[in-house]
Design a protein around this ligand. Structure first.
Ligand code: KG4
Ligand code: ZN
Length: 349
């Protein structure tokens, strides 16, 4: 580890995780995450006001813990990086306000960064410099996209995205209709391990040849969610037991089949032999395995961060901060606002 590499503090507060990460170069020094997920469980999804208040309570303790863990004094950091969007407005504002206060008090440069690009950048902590250009499959609770990453600090092109629900959202909704708790992704992942993925033939969205003309790299999961809902309702109406593990496994197979098939097709289209997997759903065991199998068969190298770095955290913002600092990009002006709809192509605000 060279001390000439930038030491960056990253703050993340776009949804229900308050994250503070400290990174030097590509070395992870601290990654403190305080989740308010327990407070949302009884509502079956994230309640924005509850998340905002939880960020306000958690942010300073998380910051203190991160500094202790990294054995870093705030005066030593070279830059502050913060998620500027996309995400829940009231939640983003807490992290942005904290980051601005730190930047002013410490007289450090501030970088307002894109959360989605952070999900891609986090792999640098596990596997070092990115092969660029490369493709990326970004799958989170709010977004599902196929990206051409030409330069992670400023040249990212979206090839396609979901036209309705995000993959994580589909997991969360299907879990809910199966009576499983929020967040549904990890619960379905576990339930599916006991089930038969071929038990029920659920639809694969936007894969028919007529859809591929206009939506070759786009996804759709709302039809799948409806199909699962109808299937479960029919069973219940007929007084039959719902085989939760089989439904979970068959649903998961439909999601992962389409995600991976289009990801491999995107690599072929781009002429790249490198793809990166990122976002909360990248923690999914079946997605990780199937994408590994299919990319390997196509001669493509897959990079996937360890599952613990896939869900929201501050380290992903800190390491993206390292990249923009190293690229010599200009810091954000102190009057920037949070942007709940920040497009993936805008890395730095
Ligand atoms: O990236 P993330 O932490 O937050 C957003 O930026 O949205 O993603 C959260 C999403 C949730 O929908 C959650 O159910 C899903 O990621 N997720 C998973 C798994 N772990 C988290 N989905 C499937 N399998 C998992 N193991
Ligand atoms: Zn996220």
């Amino acid at each position: 580890m060279s001390s000439s590499e930038p030491l960056v503090l990253g703050i993340e507060s776009s949804c229900d995780e308050t994250g503070v990460g400290i990174v030097r170069g590509h070395d992870l020094l601290a990654n403190e995450v305080a989740s308010s997920v327990e407070e949302h469980v009884r509502f079956g999804g994230v309640v924005p006001e509850v998340a905002s208040r939880a960020h306000l309570q958690a942010i300073v303790p998380a910051l203190r813990r991160a500094c202790e863990k990294a054995d870093v004094d705030l005066s030593e950091v070279d830059a502050i990086a913060v998620t500027a969007g996309p995400g829940l407005m009231g939640a983003l504002v807490v992290g942005v306000a904290a980051a601005k206060a730190l930047a002013v008090a410490l007289d450090k440069p501030l970088y307002g960064l894109n959360h989605l690009v952070g999900h891609v950048a986090v792999d640098l902590l596990d596997h070092g410099p990115l092969p660029q250009p490369c493709a990326a499959l970004l799958v989170s609770g709010g977004h599902t996209s196929l990206l051409a990453v030409n330069d992670i600090t400023g040249d990212i092109v979206e090839l396609g995205a979901t036209i309705d629900d995000a993959a994580g959202e589909a997991y969360d909704k299907v879990a809910r209709l199966l009576g499983l708790p929020y967040p549904g992704g990890p619960v379905i992942d576990r339930a599916a391990a006991e089930g038969d993925p071929t038990a029920i033939a659920f639809p694969r969205g936007l894969t028919a040849s007529k859809d591929l003309v206009r939506h070759r790299f786009d996804y759709s999961f709302s039809g799948l969610k409806t199909a699962v809902s109808r299937w479960v309702e029919t069973r219940r109406r007929d007084g039959l037991e719902v085989p939760v593990a089989d439904v979970a496994a068959s649903f998961q197979e439909a999601v992962c089949d389409v995600l991976t098939a289009k990801a491999v097709d995107a690599c072929t289209h781009l002429g790249t032999t490198d793809i990166l997997l990122g976002g909360g759903v990248a923690a999914n065991s079946r997605l990780r395995t199937l994408l590994q199998e299919r990319t390997a068969a196509a001669g493509i190298t897959l990079r996937r961060p360890r599952p613990g770095l896939c869900t929201d955290n501050g380290a992903m913002i800190a390491v993206l901060g390292v990249e923009v600092v190293t690229a010599g990009l200009r810091p954000s002006s102190l009057d920037f606002g949070a942007n709940s709809g920040l497009p993936v192509g805008t890395v730095l605000v």
